[in-house]
Structure formats: C-alpha cells, structure tokens
Design a protein around this ligand. Structure first.
Ligand SMILES: *Cc1c(COP(=O)(O)O)cnc(C)c1O
Length: 316
C-alpha cells in the first residue's frame, strides 16, 4: 500500500524544553489514517493534518463500542533518531484485540510503514526532557451508520501522537492503590485480555470513587471468587515477596502487558526468581504481616514502572 501525505499548512507551536507535559492533552500536527469497507478491505493509508472527524451520529462505535486501541511510546535515540519500544508486540496485540471485537485485522506491515513515516514527519515532537516520551495511540472504530447490533461493515483506523510526561497527576511519585471490593473489571470469557475502550468505560466509576477517597487507582480482584489479584486498570501488578518477583498469571481476564513481559524477561536475565501464578489477596496481606512483602509496583506503557506507596485492603 502506498502512503499519501497531506502536510499541515499551519503547524502548532511545539512545547519548549522544560515545559510541563500533562498526559495526553497535546497532539502533534499530523495523524495516520486508513479506512476499511466491506468488499474493499483496508485502503487509503494516509497521513493528514491532525483534526476532527465527521461521523454519523448512528456510527456504530457510539452505540455498541466496537473499538480497540493500543498505547505505545517513542523515545529520542542517543545520537539522533527515534526509538520505538517493542512496536511489533503492540501491533500484534492490536490485531488480537481486533479478532476479539470482530474487527477485520489490520495489514500490519503497511501500518508499521505508515507509523514510521508519521514518526519521521513528527520527529521534532519527540520530547527530550527526562521522564518524557512521545505517546502513540493507534485506534480502530466502527463507523457504519447502523443501529442493529452486529459487526460494522466499515471502520476507521487512526494513529495520533502526544508528547507526554508522567501518567499520574502525582508525577513519578509512588501511587496509592485500593483493592476494589464492589466492582469487577473482567470476567472469564469476557474482554479483559484485550485493549478495548469498553473495558475502561466499565471501570471509570470504581476509579472515580477511589479518587474521591484519595487513591490513585484500584486493584481489581477476579470476578468469579473475588479472592485473587488481577491488575490495576492501566497497569499490570508485581509483588516482591522474599526476594521473588511474583505477578498474576495471564488468562482471559488480565491484559498481557508488554511492559510486564519485558520486566519478567529482564528479571530472569538478572537472576531474580520470577513466578507467574494465581495470587490470593490473603497471601499478600499475610506476606505483609510477616515482613515477607518487600515491594509492590505496577507496569504499563503509560505509567512505565510505577512504585506503589500503599495498598489498602478493607480499610487497612
Ligand atoms: C495497556 C494496559 C496495560 C499495560 O500494558 P502495556 O503493554 O505494558 O502498556 C495493563 N492493563 C490494562 C488493562 C491495559 O489496558
């Protein structure tokens, strides 16, 4: 597929070095786009000025949330150029999400070429201050104007770029997490292991209530028994107990984080014992009581590695 490029005639003022970059508020001058239509497949890969879309109010994404996305990051390479962190893993996961949501799989080689072309065009937007990066948000939405519940016949794929600093409002400070006792995020057979907006829509209320009480995030327990630790909304969770790095095993209710996998690989290379397994909340509580619990941290592209300051279980 060839990539057509329409340059933005009025580029924005780029953030100055040292300027604070709130997460995901500022966007670069261009975006990558591609359309899907039944019978035609994916077509019209293009770079265009960043700007609003026109969609029918009946576009299916608005009603039934047939939508998937990714989150990845680009960093300045020492000596020039831009480095992507494991982008092919993100693209493979995007197609896995597409399969689960009945969205036609993307032609990943074309998408990757398009992404690289976009990043070359926007290279000047990759921030260079410590702790900053260029956040990349690939997204697919259902655009068919139809209210019947079915898979859409048309989709829009787009990638937008945002220079970012720390994900949490608290900056890189350790986060305060509370175990969620009322709501659940993902049930067996559901969509917990894919990156789709619907998962987040369903989790906002729990997050908002936690914020009101002074916490940054909730820790989700398994939906079936409410006994086992799963993850934090946008991060996988790790515990260090007696020198062993332990994280919940993947399944269909935990998002297979690329940062998570990288941490497991690095830990193994460093000779740190690693376990991926079911972790009962009660085990964490007793490991804390006995002094075996040494560290808790979350991992995700947006938050990178986020130390946990406190974990609140039943008010304690
Ligand atoms: C994206 C995401 C993560 C982190 O995955 P990374 O690939 O490390 O960014 C963890 N949990 C959920 C629910 C996510 O959506």
């Amino acid at each position: 597929m060839t990539i057509s490029v329409t340059r933005n005639p009025s580029p924005k003022q780029r953030p100055a070095p040292g300027q604070a970059l709130p997460f995901g508020r500022l966007y670069t001058d261009h975006m990558l786009l591609m359309n899907y239509d039944k019978g035609q497949g994916w077509h019209d890969l293009r770079i265009a000025p960043y700007g609003n879309f026109t969609l029918a109010p009946s576009a299916m994404v608005f009603h039934y949330a047939q939508e998937v996305f990714e989150g990845m990051k680009a960093y300045p390479a020492p000596g020039g150029g831009t480095l992507l962190f494991r982008p092919l893993d993100n693209l493979a996961r995007l197609n896995a999400s597409c399969r689960r949501l009945c969205i036609p799989e993307l032609p990943l080689e074309d998408v990757f070429e398009g992404l690289k072309a976009l990043l070359r065009l926007e290279a000047g937007w990759v921030p260079r201050d410590p702790g900053t990066s260029l956040y990349i948000r690939p997204t697919v939405i259902a655009t068919e104007p139809a209210l019947g519940v079915k898979a859409s016949d048309s989709f829009l794929f787009f990638v937008i770029l945002s220079p970012v600093g720390a994900y949490y409002a608290s900056g890189f400070k350790p986060v305060r997490i509370v175990v969620e006792e009322d709501y659940t995020r993902a049930a067996p057979g559901g969509t917990g292991s894919v990156k789709c907006g619907g998962n987040y829509a369903a989790s906002i209320r729990a997050g908002a209530q936690a914020h009101e009480k002074g916490y940054d995030q909730v820790l989700w327990l398994d939906a079936a028994e409410r006994k086992y630790v799963e993850e934090v909304s946008s991060m996988n969770i790790f515990f260090v107990m007696d020198g062993t790095l332990v994280t919940p095993a993947l399944g269909d209710t935990v998002l297979p984080g690329i940062t998570r996998r990288s941490i497991l690989q690095l830990a193994q290379e460093m000779g740190i014992p690693v376990q991926e397994r079911r972790i009962a909340l009660a085990e964490i509580v007793s490991a804390h009581a006995s002094g075996a619990l040494q560290e808790i941290f979350g991992s995700g592209t947006a938050a990178v590695v986020s130390p946990v300051a406190s974990l609140t279980v039943e008010g304690r």
